[in-house]
Design a protein around this ligand. Structure first.
Ligand SMILES: *Cc1c(COP(=O)(O)O)cnc(C)c1O
Length: 389
């Protein structure tokens, strides 16, 4: 089976137990496959886990981010401040609304949005700020929240990497006005594809839920059941973003073990950091603040090409030759043709993001990883980056 360990150590492999399989089979046997009671239960339990009043289950984090901007009525010409150091999804949803992403450079220690830069980028058109908790390490949402509050803009967190994370006892959903999560196959818990939009604001949650199913009135959710009615009203133009029960069942099963999976990733990250600490050509990932919980979605190393004697790309090539799958997170958006062309951006416009991207390599990190696989990663990195054993 493909989720068994093999000679190649991939960047990621999902952790699927018999109870995950049973949960999905249970829905198949129950006969109700699309959104229904299982998705409702998943949303309720997920909201409790991330510390929000409401959660709207959707088909991706991209959908959750899009709905967040939609319920804020962000529209043509509006500006949304975010980091270029992220995946395509974070900024493309701003363009879905015909609004403009305004990029702000990163804190190079953490790869996260720099709050001081956010303050400088604010204009009268700024409607929202979108920090990303890169790798599962929390962005400085206290500082960003203060800037936002002073200028009456909303903070929408891209928490695709950050479940479960927490800051000083506050779970990740409690840190921003709206928070979007991903259950994509490589993320910390998965439904294959899926996402969740979490907030304490009942009006936003209600509207996001309506928009996630064609903008139909509430009773539409149950219109095919014995209790439901055939009648519905189209209240506004919506989308087809509802998470089906078939996928939510997997989410519920994964949610129950999320903390155990996080602890396993944290242990592997600690083992990496211990075993690689003496290599002068490597910079290890930033640690969380004392009292914070890191979700450890990614283990982001930085390579000093001069000290190691080969380039970052060559390091990745040699790791691959030794059967270790690595990746780079992320190619900054201002280097991508669409954003460079549309907004006239050059690499030096966000020099810190460009420089950190050039040094970054993500090692395999996933809860299903065996101790043997972790040791093979360490051995390969040490052999390539010049350490002695
Ligand atoms: C994976 C990811 C997303 C998108 O998640 P989907 O569930 O695939 O839509 C958004 N932002 C970041 C930072 C991601 O890594």
């Amino acid at each position: 089976m493909s989720n068994e360990p093999s000679a190649f150590v991939p960047l990621s492999r999902p952790h699927i137990d018999p109870d995950d399989i049973d949960a999905v089979v249970g829905v198949l046997e129950g006969g109700w496959l699309t959104s229904g009671p299982v998705a409702e239960e998943f949303a309720a339990r997920f909201a409790a886990a991330v510390g929000t009043q409401h959660a709207v289950p959707v088909t991706s984090c991209t959908a959750a981010l899009h709905l967040a901007l939609a319920v804020l009525d962000i529209g043509p010409g509006d500006e949304v401040i975010t980091s270029p150091y992220t995946f395509a999804a974070t900024a493309e949803v701003i363009r879905y609304r015909d609004a403009h992403p305004v990029f702000v450079d990163i804190d190079p220690r953490t790869f996260n949005l720099d709050p001081a830069g956010v303050e400088r980028a604010l204009t009268s058109r700024t409607r929202a700020i979108v920090p990303i908790h890169i790798a599962g390490l929390l962005a400085d949402t206290d500082a960003i929240g203060k800037v936002a509050a002073a200028h009456d803009v909303t903070v929408v967190a891209d928490a695709a990497h950050a479940f479960p994370a927490a800051s000083a006892g506050r779970p990740v959903g409690a840190l921003c006005d709206l928070t979007a999560f991903s259950f994509y196959a490589t993320k910390t818990i998965t439904t294959g594809e899926g996402g969740m939009l979490c907030t304490d604001h009942s009006g936003w949650a209600e509207r996001a839920k309506r928009l996630s199913l064609h903008g139909l009135s509430r009773q539409a959710w149950s219109r095919h059941t014995a209790q439901g009615s055939w009648y519905y009203e189209v209240e506004e133009v919506g989308y087809k973003y509802n998470l089906p029960d078939l996928l939510a069942a997997l989410g519920l099963a994964q949610l129950r073990k999320a903390e155990r999976l996080r602890a396993r990733r944290e242990a592997i990250a600690a083992r990496y950091s211990e075993a690689l600490a003496d290599l002068p050509g490597l910079e290890l990932p930033a640690k969380p603040l004392p009292g914070d919980v890191h979700a450890w979605h990614l283990y982001m190393l930085r390579v000093d090409a001069e000290a190691v004697g080969i380039s970052r790309d060559e390091v990745i090539g040699r790791l691959r030759d030794r059967g270790i799958g690595c990746s780079v997170h992320f190619i900054p958006l201002h280097l991508q043709p669409y954003y460079a062309r549309t907004y006239g951006l050059a690499p030096e416009d966000f020099p810190l993001a460009a420089a950190e991207y050039a040094r970054e390599v993500s090692l395999p990190l996933f809860a299903a990883m065996t101790d043997d696989e972790a040791e093979r990663v360490i051995e390969a990195v040490r052999a390539i980056a010049g350490g002695r054993r």
